[in-house]
Design a protein around this ligand. Structure first.
Ligand code: ATP
Ligand code: ZN
Length: 284
């Protein structure tokens, strides 16, 4: 049985559980407890605050964990990033009042910076030879400059909306973050290692399908070259004969972001009956 630590509630909870569900791992529908074994796969989920996940993995309380890379960097535990999971994307940035004419990072010399990430900030300031006072606050860091508690902040930014509504401007991006799967630095038993490999294989298959669509269409033989030109970046589209010898069926996987562009062009060169299907998994 492999124990996987997941944030009990908060921004990473839903997507972590969604990824696990997409990997085919099911849980009993009973009331949620701290530790929940799957009913069809040898894993159990341990629900924790995200701050406690790196430590739980480093000490072996959990075998692996899903947590923001920002927490991994800040907590300085002996853990290894096994895989990036592609959700919970954000960045850690320095921000100051938008009314300040910012001359560059040396502005922070002698200033006071509020943050919940003192270790990452300390590293950054040392690296750039900036001497500033770090003021640790947990939660609502963004209000610190407005109430005179600090000159600037170092905090998580995603859309930037929170900064704008607090009259702040992002001036230095320090690190990018996303949810990651972490493991401890001690070897796992053979049994756990093999479960982990299966788990990572499943996660990769789910992630590979993310944002991809399966496209099927009927194409007159004479338009086939035109259609294949529109799908150039796509690894060998499948071309199948149809009962009517003048037509064939073309199948391809495309990025959802290219969807409208590609479909519009395909129609123009004569593709018909275009079907678009969701892809659940892509097994390499
Ligand atoms: P906990 O109660 O578990 O300690 P928390 O309040 O520390 O939760 P959340 O706000 O739920 O943490 O954020 C969890 C993680 O989600 C962050 O550490 C970060 O990796 C990621 N994240 C992504 N986008 C954002 C965002 N806009 N604001 C905050 N966190 C974000
Ligand atoms: Zn937290």
């Amino acid at each position: 049985m492999l124990r996987i630590a997941v944030q009990s509630k908060g921004r990473l909870y839903e997507e972590s559980m969604e990824l696990i569900a997409q990997a085919g791992i099911k849980f009993p529908a009973t009331k949620r407890t701290l530790l929940v074994p799957s009913r069809n796969f040898p894993v159990e989920v341990l629900f924790l605050r995200d701050d406690d996940i790196p430590d739980s993995v480093a000490t072996g309380t959990a075998d692996v964990g899903i947590v923001g890379f920002n927490e991994v960097l800040e907590k300085r535990q002996r853990v290894t990033v096994l895989h990036e999971l592609g959700f919970g994307r954000c960045r850690l940035s320095l921000a100051i009042s938008k009314d300040v004419d910012y001359p560059g990072r040396q502005w922070f010399n002698g200033k006071k910076i509020a943050t919940s990430y003192p270790a990452i900030l300390r590293d950054y300031l040392d690296k750039h030879g900036i001497c500033a006072d770090i003021h640790v606050i947990n939660g609502s860091v963004e209000i610190a400059p407005g109430i005179g508690l600090a000159d600037g902040i170092f905090d998580i930014v995603s859309s930037g909306g929170t900064l704008v509504s607090n009259n702040l401007a992002e001036v230095e991006k320090v690190v990018d973050s996303q949810a990651v799967l972490i493991g401890g630095n001690l070897p796992l038993s053979d049994e756990k290692q093999s479960i982990l490999e299966d788990l990572i294989f499943r996660f990769k298959s789910v992630m590979a399908a993310d944002g991809k669509k399966y496209l099927l269409m009927n194409v007159p033989r004479r338009s086939l070259d035109g259609v294949l030109e529109i799908l150039p970046g796509i690894k060998s589209p499948t071309v199948l004969p149809l009962a009517d010898a003048g037509w064939c069926s073309v199948h391809a996987v495309i990025d959802e972001s290219q969807f409208w562009d590609i479909v519009t062009r395909l129609k123009k060169v004569g593709a018909e009956g275009i079907l678009v299907l969701d892809i659940m998994k892509m097994v390499p």
